[in-house]
Design a protein around this ligand. Structure first.
Ligand code: ATR
Length: 282
């Protein structure tokens, strides 16, 4: 990569940041298309977020991705939000449009795109069970509702959070039926048996975290099982799904790639080389 006086800077704000795969993915894409851009990781502490966002304008950074723990906190420093970012209540991509900072959320679109690319499945008309009611769970629930899912069940350890999310979704989406259940085996078992798509949006399955209260017996072959986790690539849930003979089993790599691809398009206006981005990550 050759950095010159004309090179445009993009990057990512997060804390911690050293584990991010995004620089690999974006720089590979810029280099393949011969675009004079460079993607840089910025370690931004929560107390410095405001001045870091001001820095986007003052340093004429073309755009940044926003990751944990800033996705919600960053909103108050932006000039405008996309409809999706407003609905999800979180921003993962900032576009610097001539000094005006616009917040987007490409996570939800990335998920929907991956669901299609990796499982040839659309959320429209489907019964979807989502495990988790945190930021990731909300993002996926909003995207599935935007796509026209017929029913969405949110299962969460803290049932009050699932109920609060269901109230929020009920207010915004009239055509989808929402319900909340606790993240316990018995209730999950009944709900999964009738679901078309099962999504893990909890942190259970990450290295060092506990296990979901699900065994292979709760899963059926025609279910689409999507784990937002991608490290490890074959998550405990995906192992169980394979044992159950589930045909469509997907990890979070596809969502990671497609959220990045949508951000790339926002910043450059160019069609992203998705295969290159995928190869760089894998
Ligand atoms: P994210 O933005 O990735 O969704 P988060 O907002 O912290 O992160 O949400 C983490 C999700 O994982 C929540 O649904 C959380 O459940 P609670 O709302 O009950 O906290 C879930 N989670 C994390 N650790 C868990 C555990 N040990 N058992 C069950 N659920 C867990």
């Amino acid at each position: 990569m050759k950095i010159t006086g004309k090179t445009k800077i993009v990057g990512i704000f997060g804390y911690p940041i050293e584990h991010t795969f995004s620089p690999l993915m974006h720089n590979a894409a810029f280099s393949t298309l011969g675009l004079d851009y460079c993607y840089i990781p910025f370690e931004v502490r929560p107390k410095d977020l405001k001045s870091a966002v001001e820095g986007i304008r003052t340093l004429n950074i073309r755009g940044v991705n926003i990751t944990v723990p800033h996705k919600e906190a960053v909103i108050k420093y932006l000039d405008e939000l996309s409809e999706e970012a407003k609905l999800i209540g979180a921003v993962n991509t900032i576009e610097n449009r001539d000094g005006k900072l616009i917040g987007h959320n490409t996570d939800g679109r990335g998920f929907i795109k991956s669901l299609w690319e990796d499982a040839k499945t659309k959320a429209k008309g489907k019964k979807v069970s989502i495990l988790g009611a945190g930021g990731a769970g909300k993002g996926v629930a909003v995207s599935c509702a935007l796509e026209g899912a017929s029913e969405i069940i949110i299962a969460n350890r803290t049932i009050m959070k699932a109920e609060e999310l269901v109230r929020y979704l009920d207010r915004h989406f009239k055509k989808t039926q929402f319900s909340a259940i606790p993240l316990v085996k018995q209730q999950l078992s009944n709900v999964i048996a009738e679901s078309d798509i099962l999504i893990n949006a909890t942190s259970l399955g990450l290295k060092g975290k506990g296990m979901l209260p699900i065994s292979y017996k709760e899963l059926h072959k025609d279910l689409v099982v999507y784990d937002l986790i991608y490290n490890p690539l074959i998550t405990p849930l995906l192992k169980i799904a394979r044992r159950a003979g589930v045909k469509k089993v997907v990890n979070g790599i596809g969502m990671l790639i497609h959220q990045g691809a949508f951000a790339f398009e926002i910043w450059t206006g160019k069609k992203p080389p998705v295969d290159v981005m995928k190869k760089a990550i894998l």
